[in-house]
Design a protein around this ligand. Sequence first.
Ligand SMILES: [Mn+2]
Length: 450
Amino acid sequence: MKPIYVIGHKHPDIDSIAASIAYKVFKQSTEKELYLVAAAGELNSELKWLLDYLGLEHPRVLNDVGTKVGDLLDDELPLYISADTTMAELGNIMRKNGLKTVPVLDEKQRFLGLITIGDVAMIYMDALGSGRDIERSPEILKNLLEQKAGDIMKTRDLILFEPDEKVEEARKNMLASRFRNYPVVDDENRYLGMISRYNLLQMKRKQVILVDHNEKKQAVDGIEEADILEIIDHHRVGDLQTLYPIYFHNEPVGSTSTLIAEKFLLNQVYLSTNIASLLLSGIMSDTMIFKSPTTTAKDKRIVQELERISGLEAFTWGKKLYSETNRVDKQTDEALISEDLKEYVSGDTTFAISQVETVDLSIFAERRVLLLQTMEAMCERKGYALLCLMVTNIFEDGTEMIVAGRKKALVEKAFKHEHLHGGIFLHGVLSRKKQVVPVIYQMLRQENMM
Ligand SMILES: [Mn+2]
């Protein structure tokens, strides 16, 4: 059975993975289809920690949902013969199954060669010759029928495909050759089946359910080649299009996990402790423990239900989640600065802003000197006029700003700040996009006018 992938956005965060895993469980409990969770990129260390902690399997990473050769293969186990199959047996198998091409495999299902009906006909004709040997034909035929598949199979000049090759590439290769069927083998040369030109005509697209996004640039690569069956999201409506009407649930709540949890509750579908804990994590991280202005009454109501099922206290769990998943002390300075770094250009000035979240600013106070050295070195290397590290603490409702680069004085001037733990503390500043980037652009423009 071809799977239906439940997949979140690129650069997976807790909400998108939690929503994918839980929605797969929900769908599987009510539908006969096969559902698989996929991640549109590698899991970050906080997600790995969370899934391990809850005893949940890591989803497979799927970087492209475009149609691949593997999607064209039939579900049923393909027919094959072994190298010691005789011509007599081969004839029976081909006739009985109406085959025109038969693969020859070893005992481990590895591909050895191919026999086509044309090759077989040619062997008979060659052996029987021009008919002058008509007297000896029973003997010739007997010898022929005893020949082994391994001796007559074609092993050279074949075109083989691998399951993860793009269908477009396969099509070009097929058009440039004259074969009827093409074997598909995996990277250990194990035979998976046969594809033909006919398969190209009835292209089987991958089927996907998108959660936590609905914009093409956030979606996994190849999305335009896939069939989107459903979308569940809490963002603005983007630009993805579908061929058919689909189930599209978009609601301005704090997290997609809220919407998935609601489905379990409304439909009275069994919600296990670890899935409830996972959904609770999705809500608490996306709403920044209810601090984010996107938080709604529904998020809080659903959280109460999830607290009951998971046995977790939401606020305590949210704090633990933040402290466990932001174990910044384990990262090197450069890794910490680079993890969520965005670059910007204003005229001929390039600057960069990085953001990390923490529940404990004092950890950074200890590292500030070394962080600054690393940041200055990064400015040199990458040509940043300015590199800001936002260390955001949602409990203190603000951000400590660490600034490097030759234009650093501008930042200190631009923000009204207080000094905390010896650093620059910006009270009420949580958002890079809304509260920091515009200020720096404005500042650079003013500087240019002077
Ligand atoms: Mn989300």
